[in-house]
Write a protein that binds this ligand. Structure first.
Ligand code: GAF
Length: 386
């Protein structure tokens, strides 16, 4: 978090002239494998990470939600509860708050007036789900203060609805669900149709290394919604509800049946679903060689079939692969078009990864990367309440 919790409390007190008596937290995430499968009702294998968004709160007895964004030079928003929720024209962060408020109101939750101060350290625009962490932390905040608790899955769905219907990105459920339900020391194999989550223990021998390419990305206005539409067109062609309902045999003649681009989009999703299930099994049985191959295949599929990687990301993946070989795995993670690489790295090679990225990435790509060694972490929680 850019501010410590103590500093956020101080800021809250000086801004609202009252102390916060609630504290909520929700984490960002990294996806190990299963990319762009969630909105195809498929499988994903993410873990929550030890970067979080924190919300401090108090009920204010008014009919308004007042928000202080500590990480945005103290920008504020005020959301009247008895009026139509409109878009904020200047602050994008405020639209996540407003989107969650609107989504809860549509579910007939009677929200109460409150004051909030928000801060977090999930890198923004890096594909580590800073927006999902914010949505989930807010969903937990508003429902707790209203005395109308929702299940963690419902909170995740609320965040997704805010993203889809208010912010304007047709994202799937993965980011919100893992932020809500992550488990310490585990990845979760999520079935995005049933929303069932199965913990898969992360191997002690491997560090979760995230490399931020610092190629900035944004889901809204990017190609994300186009990819989703292409997948839906592919599912419609085969007469199935979602690409989840196809296996590799079913698409054997796909290049005769669909245009080249749609065919490659479909092939990515169908093969990625199979890879994700295989990767969860490999992780569970500590078969790192197989995991390594599956992550490499996933990256190639994102690069060649789904076309969501960029040159600096491809470079980072090949650099890390040349260091870790089949002792670990590496691929792009998240929505694509920049963002981060995830690598599972044997502890004795973490230093080499850091050094080589610091040396060679700027030479080859003219950018400086950040390397984070993360812990698979617990999902959202109420840290304090009166
Ligand atoms: C983004 C979306 F928000 C997720 O729903 C998911 O589709 C991901 O991109 C790609 O796997 O993070």
């Amino acid at each position: 978090m850019s501010l410590t919790v103590a500093e956020l409390h101080q800021l809250f007190s000086s801004h609202f002239a009252a102390t916060a008596d609630y504290h909520f937290r929700a984490p960002g995430r990294v996806n190990l494998i299963g990319e762009h499968t969630d909105y195809n009702d498929g499988f994903v294998l993410p873990c929550a990470i030890d970067f979080d968004t924190h919300v401090l709160a108090r009920k204010n007895g008014l009919n308004v939600i007042r928000v202080l964004a500590a990480d945005y030079e103290g920008q504020t928003d005020a959301i009247p509860l008895d009026d139509v929720i409109a878009h904020h024209l200047d602050y994008q962060w405020a639209n996540y708050v407003r989107g969650v408020v609107q989504s809860l109101q549509q579910q007939k939750i009677s929200l109460v007036g409150c004051d909030l101060a928000i801060s977090g350290n999930v890198p923004q625009g890096a594909g580590l789900s800073s927006s999902a962490a914010l949505e989930v932390a807010l969903g937990l905040t508003f429902t707790t203060l209203a005395g109308q608790p929702l299940s963690l899955a419902q909170i995740a769905l609320t965040g997704q609805q805010a993203e889809n219907h208010f912010v304007g990105c047709n994202s799937g459920i993965m980011d919100q669900l893992i932020s809500a339900q992550g488990q310490q020391g585990n990845a979760l194999l999520i079935d995005c149709r049933s929303l069932s989550c199965q913990p898969v223990a992360m191997p002690q021998a491997l560090a979760v290394v995230i490399i931020n390419s610092n190629v900035k990305r944004g889901l809204v206005g990017s190609e994300y919604n186009t990819r989703r539409a292409q997948c839906e067109a592919g599912a419609a062609h085969y007469g199935v509800k979602a690409l989840r309902d196809l296996d590799i045999a079913a698409i054997a003649n796909i290049f005769d049946e669909l245009d080249d681009v749609t065919a490659r989009r479909v092939r990515h999703v169908v093969t990625e679903n199979a890879r994700t299930l295989a990767a969860a099994a490999a992780l569970a049985s500590n078969d790192i060689g197989t995991l390594s191959q599956l992550m490499a295949q996933s990256h190639a599929s994102m690069r060649d079939d789904f076309e969501i990687t960029v040159a600096p990301i491809d470079y980072l993946v090949s650099l890390v692969d040349s260091i870790i070989g089949n002792r670990g795995g590496v691929r792009m993670t998240g929505g694509g078009f920049g963002g981060c690489v995830v690598a599972l790295v044997p502890h004795d090679l973490v230093a080499a990864v850091k050094t080589q990225v610091a040396t060679h990435y700027p030479e080859h790509c003219g950018l400086v990367a950040e390397v984070f060694v993360c812990q698979p972490s617990a999902g959202a929680e109420i840290v304090a309440q009166p």
